[in-house]
Design a protein around this ligand. Sequence first.
Ligand SMILES: Nc1ncnc2c1ncn2[C@@H]1O[C@H](COP(=O)(O)OP(=O)(O)OP(=O)(O)O)[C@@H](O)[C@H]1O
Length: 498
Amino acid sequence: MSNKVSKKTSTKADSNGPAALAAKIRAKALENQKKLKETGTTSMNESDEETGNTKRQVIRTEADIEENTSEKTFTSFNELDLVPELIQACHNLNFSKPTPIQSKSIPPALEGHDIIGLAQTGSGKTAAFAIPILNKLWEDQQPYYACILAPTRELAQQIKETFDSLGSLMGVRSVCIVGGMNMMDQSRELMRKPHIIIATPGRLMDHLENTKGFSLRKLKFLVMDEADRLLDMEFGPVLDRILKIIPTQDRTTYLFSATMTSKIEKLQRASLTNPVKCAVSNKYQTVETLVQTLMVVPGGLKNTYLIYLLNEFIGKSIIVFTRTKANAERLSALSNLLEFSSTALHGDLNQNQRTGALDLFKAGKRQILVAIDVAARGLDIPSVDIVINYDIPVDSKSYIHRVGRTARAGRSGKSISLVSQYDLELILRIEDVLGKKLPKENVDKNTIMMFRDSVDKANGEVVMEMNRRNKEKQARGKGTQKSRSRARETWIEVNVEY
Ligand SMILES: Nc1ncnc2c1ncn2[C@@H]1O[C@H](COP(=O)(O)OP(=O)(O)OP(=O)(O)O)[C@@H](O)[C@H]1O
């Protein structure tokens, strides 16, 4: 394409001060926005596809994953050969220095390597893959340039925000393609030929199959964020269909997560070629600034202990994780009935309700978010002070991602897990992968038991109200088997005594 911009002659020329640099960046951004708009209509020269590079060896064994032990790290974004617009954007975002994962993964990424990035939760993995992609986009200026896959809608939206912030001076166009939103609106956005597509696998596949003119045949970057989750069986079939459509030749692939699978056959599906592994933590390491404790709870008293903790931490920003949608609704209603300020986040809510709940919590309009694991992966809410595990997650990875919602970007945080006699085996497994025993909270049982009567009474009211609503829903949804079984399932869940 004729309109490539050579980074060397761009605004790196001597500037005589920040104002001049800012003016040059603005001028360049306007010029580039115009060019990026134009590229919406041009297509890459077909012959580029025919030439293609020789196929590099795909990953077959651990040995094909080169550990990045090179000293090639950096301590300031100015040291990197990045376009000034990116450096300015990092500055605007107060990224004064790279996080360890960025320091380790961005240099080999800028050299064109595939990357497997492993770092604790909250350590800046999103910018670690966004920066190399945006830097190369400035050069290539091609629509449908990069596709980032995420396991949840909220995480996809959040990744889009990071790309938009980092690309704010470059005229980058991005789109978020997730379920629960209007297909036609998304098709129209895709027809505008965005450069960056952030998507959940299912909805992306829908558009690849049904939206005319939308194709990823010329894709240059594929990223799997929370890659181990995406490569699990849950996304298996749809992910394999997507990977069949996306070219492997001339494509760079990044896999990032805080809990990476080491199963080679899973990694092979992503068709990495000679990937560089950039690990700044071991598989299940949590951040140093996170204080993790356990609270042993006698049978049938979990609600009482939870309300005691909410009372202890009044005014703090808290995420309470539970295993079921019904419990998320019940605990949110219970805490609101007891004058706390709470909202629920789970899969039974429509997308607007989910986005609304998250926005209320992020804006500090709700102190407590009661969520199931859909909120455990990747969500970046800088203000979360405490994570409470009302239920202990059944697998250790979920535990890591849940407690990783606090203590992010170097901030401190605390997690408390309520452990009943049924949870001991799960806790032992979690302590085993963490490689440490979790300390127990000292509790004054008499103080806690003072809450019991009011909590049990309020919980009884909430359960009755939920069952009344479920019966109503059952009556309304008489015609559909699904809603009847869903209502019955919820009734059963709600009546499980803790
Ligand atoms: N170099 C940096 N300096 C300061 N803050 C940063 C830097 N890079 C990223 N951050 C901030 O750190 C926070 C966490 O980043 P991000 O959400 O990418 O973490 P993550 O490693 O992807 O976490 P998770 O594993 O939970 O998905 C964000 O608020 C982001 O803006």
